[in-house]
Design a protein around this ligand. Structure first.
Ligand SMILES: Cc1cc2nc3c(=O)[nH]c(=O)nc-3n(C[C@H](O)[C@H](O)[C@H](O)COP(=O)(O)O)c2cc1C
Length: 331
């Protein structure tokens, strides 16, 4: 069972980018200071000056290296240019292909590229493009979900594939604690990527009501009812009353003809939030926050308290070591 940091970081623990702005500078700095791989998230639109500010603000809060996530389905070329200029340590990409030329460009700037994928075929494409690590996201994951399979069956196949190339594989989906971490290591992962657990931290930019619901709810569902007109990708959400009421939304309907239920400032832009929009409530959200979408992974029932991000990282490391030594060591 592997136990070491990856890509030059102390630990193989990744805080996945949390859109639209939930993994802001405070969370990223806290995770980076704890020795894990933290990732900001760029806006879903081109906003190079804003991206530079985001990176620079994070640098005022930490001297440690950190990463930034780009969802390739949205316009991003100008944003990536700034990421290269600013020489952020890690570029995380997802929801699209990132060809060899662009990976090389990032490498020339001294930036490591991590591609989050949801199947073996996409892992192969990312390896062929020369990425430095792969995150394998399974169907248990919170947020928008690339993976169609459970981690237990998907992860070992990607590990098999990547082992010939010496590329670390990071497991994502439903992992919230040291037991999940150790289980992923046993399946061959070199690290883990957690999303939901980091939403439920003191430093995340999630609205307090969203954070509390992550403690209150145990059940999630894989669905496609939220935010269909803007980003029609499957996602996993808490089974809140609004979701239960609308879970059978006919295929030809979306949030466009729903009433505005609140407002939010997202990456510096004020936005209306319609019922069934795909935007989770951040700390600035006002209005009917309870009825905004709440992304969460299948492991949410194991999250019992809001913790400082550094404590999340520390417990993962300390308790995983204990489990390996005390419960799994062979004589
Ligand atoms: C609120 C939220 C927002 C997310 N936003 C993004 C994103 O912008 N880009 C991305 O690659 N993954 C995103 N993810 C997925 C995470 O990077 C990660 O794959 C996932 O959270 C792992 O599953 P877990 O939530 O069960 O830990 C998001 C997840 C959540 C919960």
């Amino acid at each position: 069972m592997g136990w070491r940091g990856i890509l030059g970081f102390d630990y193989g623990i990744v805080q996945g980018p949390l859109g639209p702005d939930i993994s802001g500078p405070e969370l990223v700095a806290a995770v980076a200071n704890a020795g894990a791989i933290a990732t900001l998230r760029v806006p879903d639109w081109e906003s190079p000056d804003y991206v530079r500010e985001l990176i620079q603000k994070t640098r005022t809060l930490t001297n440690k290296p950190f990463g930034i996530g780009v969802v390739l389905e949205f316009p991003h070329k100008e944003n990536v240019k700034v990421i290269l200029e600013e020489k952020v340590a890690v570029l995380q990409v997802s929801w699209g292909e990132y060809p060899r030329e662009l990976v090389s460009e990032a490498h020339d700037a001294g930036i490591k590229v991590i591609h989050q994928v949801g199947c073996v075929e996409d892992a192969k494409k990312a390896i062929d493009a020369g990425v430095d690590a792969i995150i394998v996201q399974s169907r248990e994951a919170g947020g928008h979900v690339l993976g169609q399979e459970g981690l237990m069956t998907l992860l070992p196949r990607v590990v098999d594939l990547a082992s010939a190339y010496d590329i670390p594989v990071v497991a994502a989906g439903g992992i919230v604690d040291a037991c999940g971490y150790v289980a992923a290591l046993a399946l061959g992962a070199h690290g883990v990527c957690l999303g939901t657990r980091f939403v439920a931290t003191t430093e995340s930019f999630a609205h307090p009501i969203y954070k509390r619901k992550l403690l209150d709810y145990e059940k999630t569902e894989y669905t496609n009812v939220f935010g269909r007109s803007r980003w029609p990708a499957p996602h996993r959400v808490l089974e809140t009353p609004i979701f239960i009421e609308w879970r059978h939304l006919p295929d030809n309907e979306n949030e466009e003809n729903q009433p505005v239920i609140g407002r939010s400032v997202i990456h510096g832009k004020e936005r209306d939030i319609r019922r069934l929009a795909g935007t989770v409530p951040n700390a600035t959200a006002t209005g009917d926050v309870e009825n905004m979408v709440m992304y969460a992974g299948a492991g949410v029932g194991l999250i019992k308290e809001i913790l400082p991000a550094a404590v999340v990282v520390e417990r993962l490391v300390v308790e995983a070591r204990q489990i390996i030594r005390q419960q799994l060591a062979c004589d």
